[in-house]
Write a protein that binds this ligand. Sequence first.
Ligand code: HEM
Length: 428
Amino acid sequence: MRQFFRWGVRHGLIRWSSARGARAGEVTAALMVDPAYALDPFPHYETLRAEGPLYDNGFAITTVSHAVTTAVLRSPDFGVIGGYSGNVPRWLLLAQAIGGRGPLGPVEPPSMLAVDQPDHTRYRKLVSRAFTARAVAALRSRTEEIADELLTGLERRRDVDLMTEYASLLPATVIAEMLGAPVAMSRQFLAWGAEAARSLDAGLSLSEFRRSERGLRALQRWLEGHFAHLRAHPGDDILSTLVHAQSAEGKLTQDELTATAMLLLAAGFETTVNLIGNGTALLIAHPEQHDRLRAEPALWPNAVDEVLRLDSPVQRTGRVAQRDTVLAGVRVPVGKPVMTLLGGANRDPEVFADAERFDVGRRPNEHLAFGGGPHFCLGSHLAKLEGEIAIGRLVERFDDLALAPGFEWGASLFRVPGRLPVKFRAKG
Ligand code: HEM
């Protein structure tokens, strides 16, 4: 019963009102709940763009404008939705109280993604050193080894679903090693993660919500046991540092420690998989761009940015006005949610010439695939390194890479193939 209330507050209300809006033909509502819209959101982003920089459906403002998205994500007038506590109707607070607290999750306070400063700054400081460009560059040769090991395992195969056999395993192995979690657990993390990752989305059905809480609970239980192990046997990894910050230095509470670790794990293995899948699919569909990369390998980092722009792995995020403010000349009252559609902002013709075109040489490329402002993706350097190595090694080692029947997009806030079956010939 309590779980039902939790679902109602977090997802049920949005689902119900979006379903109503979608039936009435309202685009932003349909993008939330109609799989047909989520499978190919791009024409619908253009419908919104034609309405101007802001589109208000009465409940929330939505934008596909690059300038407005950047302004919202950077502005102190807007805060994260999960952490917002002002101006909430009483009946909603009551429903929240009845629902109680579910398992900790990557998008619930006290996760870094769901709190504003000063807590946000405190959490982020503890982990940011491990994700700087310099720290990540040191992971290059190990990441190449992991890619090569996985590809060697595929060599004798003819038909492979790249999503399950490669794109998901590479980032899962890298983040498990970085965090000091047993690499043999990677597949188990992925299984829990597949359930838990749904919690990042809004408007889940009750059964999806139950599955996501089950995954989160399993992950939380495992992490708490692992922290006990690290307290006794600390290593040279991020989780050991966090455990030390919690128990020896008192810089984190137990919940903050668990939420931070869950976010790093979830972000580490649920997002880069999309970049690898999308990049592979784009290169297969655009052989002339692949030829260009063969001729100019120095363009690879550029190509990864272009994949992130054109098929942004995270299609949307949102904020809420913390005070009365003005956006694109329009008054926005305190408490009003603003949905920033990153995938639409990244095709804004005001910023990107020929925005629908895949161009591995595109420069400059000021995409917003990693968000912006204080919550700008902590793992951006890692994600780009993994994307470059994973896609680069794959197309280098396997000739005649082609889609096999069964390719399909997934439908969620993530842009990611549900299945990416390919055929290839191993070189040599
Ligand atoms: C292609 C892969 C990735 C994409 C597209 C991506 C995208 C994003 C976006 C859009 C945000 C901001 C969300 C918001 O403002 O509401 C974000 C935040 C974050 N990302 Fe990533 N991410 C990726 C990979 C990673 C990786 C590999 C990690 C590392 C473990 C990571 C860790 C984080 C963390 C910790 C935050 C929260 C930062 C904060 O709140 O200060 N991400 N990511």
